[in-house]
Ligand binder design. Structure first.
Ligand SMILES: O=C(O)CCC(=O)C(=O)O
Ligand SMILES: [Fe+2]
Length: 258
């Protein structure tokens, strides 16, 4: 148990019984929150190293549809393709994360990667081939939010670094669509956007590890309330080697390609 920064006595990620339980819980709910997964010392170090980077954060074009696709002027304004939501959070990319950050130790840790593979049910896990996508830190200052969307990737691995005073709540509706079957679920999407469908909340605190299947679950983060910025790290991986975002996707998400 040498995994740096991970509370392995509470979360024995090398123990097959513990791993099986996590996988069952994740499969059942489509989400998994492992409380106090990271050591408090590591979180404190990451927060103090990340907070000064907020002023360099990139703020992408602030509106998009739920599918993160282009709108379609041939369809009615009310069609989900044309319903724009706001995402005003900022981020820093992998190449801005210091080389000595504990985030890199965790991201590269063999036991951690093995644990993710086992829980996600994949054979391999690889970093992104581009220089920007693998580790990102998100910042949502007061009033900033992440609008309703489906992720492009089939799974997300995140850790909250700093909770806001209030707001900044992760809301979701599981199994809205089946992306692999090219299902768009326009009616269900509309009912969520219109506030008709009840939504679930995922409750997590700084240091908790969160695994989430965001491709078929529609989700958002509500606006931060109060003066404390919501800060969160996204650990992004692929199940195939050598995959990077396209230049146009990099430009959309980061405003640059390198
Ligand atoms: O900030 C969060 O908790 C979720 C982030 C998210 O959904 C995303 O980056 O796609
Ligand atoms: Fe997402």
């Amino acid at each position: 148990m040498t995994s740096l920064h991970i509370e392995t006595s509470r979360h024995p990620i090398d123990d097959p019984r513990y791993v099986r339980q996590c996988r069952e819980d994740f499969d059942k709910a489509g989400a998994l929150v492992l409380k106090d997964f990271f050591s408090a010392g590591a979180i404190a170090q990451i927060v103090s190293a990340s907070a000064p980077l907020e002023r360099d954060a990139f703020y992408a074009n602030s509106t998009h549809n739920v599918f993160l696709t282009a709108s379609d002027p041939r369809l009615p304004r009310t069609h989900p393709f044309n319903q724009q939501v706001t995402s005003s959070k900022g981020l820093i990319a992998d190449d801005e994360i210091p080389d000595n950050s504990p985030l890199r130790d965790v991201y590269n840790d063999g036991s951690f990667r093995g644990f993710l593979c086992a829980v996600l049910g994949i054979d391999q896990i690889h970093p992104y081939a581009d220089d920007l996508s693998s580790i990102n830190v998100h910042f949502a200052a007061e009033g900033h939010e992440l609008g309703w969307h489906f992720d492009n990737s089939s799974f997300a691995v995140t850790m909250l670094l700093q909770a806001p005073e209030s707001g900044g709540i992760f809301e979701y509706v599981a199994n809205v669509r089946d992306a692999d079957a090219a299902e768009m679920a326009f009616e269900r999407v509309t009912a969520i956007l219109d506030g008709i469908t009840p939504v679930d909340r995922l409750d997590f605190s700084p240091g908790d590890l969160v695994l989430f299947r965001g491709r078929n679950a529609m989700h958002r983060v509500t606006p931060t309330e109060g003066a404390v910025t919501r800060m969160l790290v996204v650990f992004a991986y692929n199940d195939q080697p050598g995959i990077g975002l396209s230049e146009s996707a990099l430009t959309t998400f980061y405003g640059r390609t390198a």
